[in-house]
Design a protein around this ligand. Structure first.
Ligand SMILES: Nc1ncnc2c1ncn2[C@@H]1O[C@H](COP(=O)(O)OP(=O)(O)O)[C@@H](O)[C@H]1O
Ligand SMILES: [Mg+2]
Length: 363
């Protein structure tokens, strides 16, 4: 599909950005965002992810110009923009609340930003029509927004932001008001449109699966600072802390002692049994933790580490096991269990994993 975006997408750089707020209860200043350094490449989809209160919205609002940083400089397409008001920035924002004009129909809601910019009438007609086609709202032009479903309203909000062809598109939890099924459908839509237009997108969410599904890169935040950034795969398989590992899906942590190196792998012992973990850490020695995803572990009659089964339940797409390895409880998701041996509570078994599915964390 050919996009309607004619402009080049822009990159965004946050150069040591901080925002200080006053805690209304204690009256004390605190950093809502602290020393955030970020370089977002043009045309990429980047998600700010993290628990409630970690500073995602504040960061996004500083990029949009609704808040100004107390420290640091923001660059859009290489230009410093701290001094620019929101309407002078080449950004557009999609909100959780949609923020549509209730007395306008769909066409006028979408056309609003173009009218404001003095775009000629015939060009407005063409651009709005094109964008409504892109978000699959053709034939809804005359509807009032209160006659639309939540999903359709969100499409209007998206169209309204896209139609001005912003250098950067900003989203603050845009799907939170939709039901679970529609959320999954709309996030795929948003990603499709972003890729079709080649636009830069910065997307705020607290939902890790949403972030994984749509992002080129994820910025995971905690307490106003960046905990880790990287592609979804990097963050999932190479979390740099227990916080990151836990936030991005389920995780097991096996205590180990590093014993040496064999090619690409580090050798270690878990409760006295030798295992291998793929790791670039060269200096790592002594006590550490092995990070293992539940679906990366196999359970069988033979294997790497002996275990005892403490829970075994059929979940449809997988068999869910809890097993005890030494003192550690290990969760296993045995995918597509049909035709495989099912272990029962009390059974002795072994777990195994491929070295490249495991990751070492220093303790
Ligand atoms: N205008 C404000 N005044 C004081 N504190 C604020 C204000 N806006 C946000 N905060 C606080 O700053 C922190 C970060 O908020 P926010 O960026 O909204 O988090 P998130 O979007 O990740 O949930 C929170 O502790 C929040 O309570
Ligand atoms: Mg928020």
């Amino acid at each position: 599909m050919s996009g309607t975006q004619t402009k080049e997408p822009k990159g965004v750089r946050l150069d040591h950005i901080s925002k200080i707020y006053k805690n209304p209860k204690t009256g004390q200043d605190f950093y809502a965002v602290h020393d955030v350094e970020l370089d977002i490449k043009p045309g990429t989809f980047v998600t700010l992810l993290g628990p409630s209160g970690c500073g995602k919205t504040t960061t996004l609002r500083m990029i949009a110009g609704f808040e100004s940083p107390d420290e640091g400089e923001i660059y859009l397409g290489g230009e410093p923009i701290n001094e620019l008001t929101p309407n002078k920035r080449d950004t557009a924002m999609v909100f959780q609340s949609y923020a549509l004009f209730p007395h306008y129909n769909v066409f006028d809601n979408v056309a609003y930003g173009l009218k404001l910019r003095g775009v000629p009438k015939n060009e407005i007609k063409e651009r709005v029509t094109n964008i409504l086609k892109l978000v699959e709202l053709t034939d809804m032009e005359q509807r009032m927004t209160n006659q639309l479903s939540g999903g359709q309203q969100q499409r209007v909000a998206l169209a309204r932001a896209l139609v001005v062809e912003p250098g950067v598109l900003l989203f603050d939890e845009p799907l939170s008001n939709l039901d679970a099924k529609l959320r999954v459908q709309m996030r795929t839509e948003i990603r499709r449109i972003q890729q079709a237009l080649g636009i830069t997108a910065i997307y705020v969410t607290h939902d890790q699966s949403e972030a994984m599904a749509i992002s080129d890169n994820i910025i995971l935040m905690k307490g106003g600072v960046i905990a880790q950034m990287g592609s979804p795969t990097e963050i999932y398989y190479h979390p740099n802390s227990e916080f990151v590992a836990d936030f991005i899906g389920e995780c097991n942590f096996l205590p180990c002692t590093v014993t040496g190196r064999e090619g690409e792998d580090v050798t270690a012992e878990v409760y006295g049994h030798p295992v291998k973990v793929r790791s670039e850490h060269d200096k790592l020695e002594g006590a550490a933790e092995i990070v293992l995803r539940p679906e990366a572990i196999e359970i069988a009659d033979q294997g790497l580490l002996p275990c005892k089964v403490e829970l075994s339940c059929f979940m449809g797409s997988y068999q869910n096991y809890h097993v005890r390895v030494g003192d550690t409880l290990v969760k296993i998701a045995d995918n597509c269990p049909i035709g495989k041996k099912t272990f029962q509570v009390g059974d002795d078994a072994f777990i195994s994993f491929r070295s490249e599915c495991a990751h070492l964390l220093e303790t």
